[in-house]
Design a protein around this ligand. Structure first.
Ligand SMILES: [Zn+2]
Length: 424
């Protein structure tokens, strides 16, 4: 357990940073100036007082950008100070456009440096980014973080999976940064081309984001075995920053970078704080993105806080199991919360499954789950696979799914934010 003095130090520094940030953004930042004026707040004197500030919801930011197009009013400086713009993927509605100043962008890069260092990545490493370098922020920020670290960054933009595999081998890449899904897709393609990545590539560390996979035990195991590498998770969001990372002790959890973020776990319905060890929605405040901050921002992601000590000795809050899922992706079956990540964990235990899609039939009287499976064998499903999958799902989450097989290559492949769970 973190010592009391280490926690006190963290909280003292958080309060200092918060006060400095509020001083810098109020009254220049119109979004927070009017939000806090409505709540009668001009400064925060303690963390208790901070916890009484109003939450910031994503819907407020979306509405603000609609009223003040295109970038909204959560801006602390004139627009000419901003040097980068990115957008959210818009999977849950209209995309948000997010600006960064030079200082804020530098802060993002520093947060990524923390992720790399915690995974044991060093300046002599060669980091490969099999990423299309579109308008999404995640891997752009990782790219900048690699520069901060002094490592060699290799772009895999505008390349096919085959070209990327060749580049990884030819450049002697030692670190791979991508979504868990894409790491598995590359491994499957390598397998088909007769490339043994575990022996034939120098990749020793993989770092993932965008999906919960790298904290799902069986997905992580599959990535580690196919790449012959250690697999690390991290969590971040466009409007928030890269707020959590995994350390080399790999306790099956991610650490919140509490030097740069204040984290709270709340009941998603009532907003009341959750106790240590309970599941809830993560609320984040970033302390270094002065140009476009979020304060008590409801991330929409469910996490479970843990007060177990981490063998690495970092006093930061641990979130057990990484991202458990989105609040709106959770399904309640017979009073039990079922997350897509729990279903993925089961399906990834079957090497005979290459890709899958899950449909929750919400309208049925008894909730039904249909699992569409694309087998890895080109000759079709292996005898009895449907029975084995069905049995394991029922044992673990108490639901008997309907299993359907489809032909190889018929389900979509994803480079970013795989979407495999649908409520119908
Ligand atoms: Zn640790």
């Amino acid at each position: 357990m973190a010592t009391i003095s280490a926690r006190t130090e963290i909280e003292k520094e958080q309060l200092n940073r918060l006060r400095r940030m509020l001083h810098a953004i109020l009254p220049a930042n119109e979004f927070y100036r009017s939000k806090f004026a409505d709540a009668g707040i001009t400064q925060v004197e303690s963390l208790e007082q901070f916890r009484n500030l109003p939450f910031t919801a994503k819907s407020e930011l979306v509405e603000d950008q609609q009223q003040h197009p295109p970038f909204g009013s959560d801006l602390s400086f004139p627009q000419e100070r901003y040097i980068r713009v990115h957008q959210t993927s818009g999977t849950t509605g209209k995309p948000l456009y997010w600006l960064d100043t030079e200082e804020s962008w530098d802060w993002w890069a520093e947060c990524w440096k923390v992720i790399f260092q915690a995974a044991g990545v060093r300046s002599e490493d060669r980091i490969y980014f099999p990423f299309s370098f579109g308008p999404f922020i995640g891997f752009w920020a990782g790219w900048e973080g690699a520069r901060k670290l002094g490592a060699l960054a290799i772009s895999g933009g505008a390349q096919s999976t085959t070209q990327r595999l060749k580049a990884i081998v030819d450049y002697g890449a030692t670190v791979l940064v991508c979504t868990p899904t894409y790491a598995l897709h590359m491994a499957a393609e390598a397998n088909k081309a007769g490339i043994d990545l575990a022996r034939g590539s120098a990749v020793r560390v993989t770092i993932h984001a965008g999906e919960p996979g790298a904290s799902i035990p069986s997905t992580k195991k599959m990535i580690e075995e196919s790449w012959g590498a250690k697999c690390y998770d991290h969590a971040g969001a466009t409007e928030v920053g890269a707020f959590a990372f995994q350390c080399a002790s790999q306790p099956g959890a991610v650490h919140v970078n509490e030097s740069e973020f204040i984290a709270e776990v709340i009941d998603p319905n009532s907003g009341a704080p959750r106790k240590a060890g309970e599941q809830g929605e993560l609320v984040i405040t970033n302390l270094g993105r002065i140009g476009s901050p979020v304060i008590r921002y409801r991330t929409g992601y469910l996490f479970q806080s843990s007060h177990q000590p981490c063998p690495c000795g970092r006093p930061y809050l641990l979130l057990a199991g990484g991202v458990l899922g989105r609040v709106d992706d959770m399904v309640i079956v017979r009073g039990v919360n079922v997350f897509p990540s729990a279903v993925e964990n089961i399906l990834r235990e079957f090497s005979e499954i290459e890709e899958f899609r899950v449909e929750i039939l919400e309208k049925a009287t008894m909730k039904e789950m249909k699992i569409v499976i694309e087998p890895s064998s080109p000759s079709g499903p292996i005898e009895g696979l449907d029975e084995r999958v069905s049995r394991r799902v029922r044992e673990r989450i108490g639901l008997r799914p309907v299993i359907e097989f489809v032909a190889p290559e018929s389900l979509p492949r994803f480079e970013l934010k795989a979407r495999r769970f649908f409520k119908v």
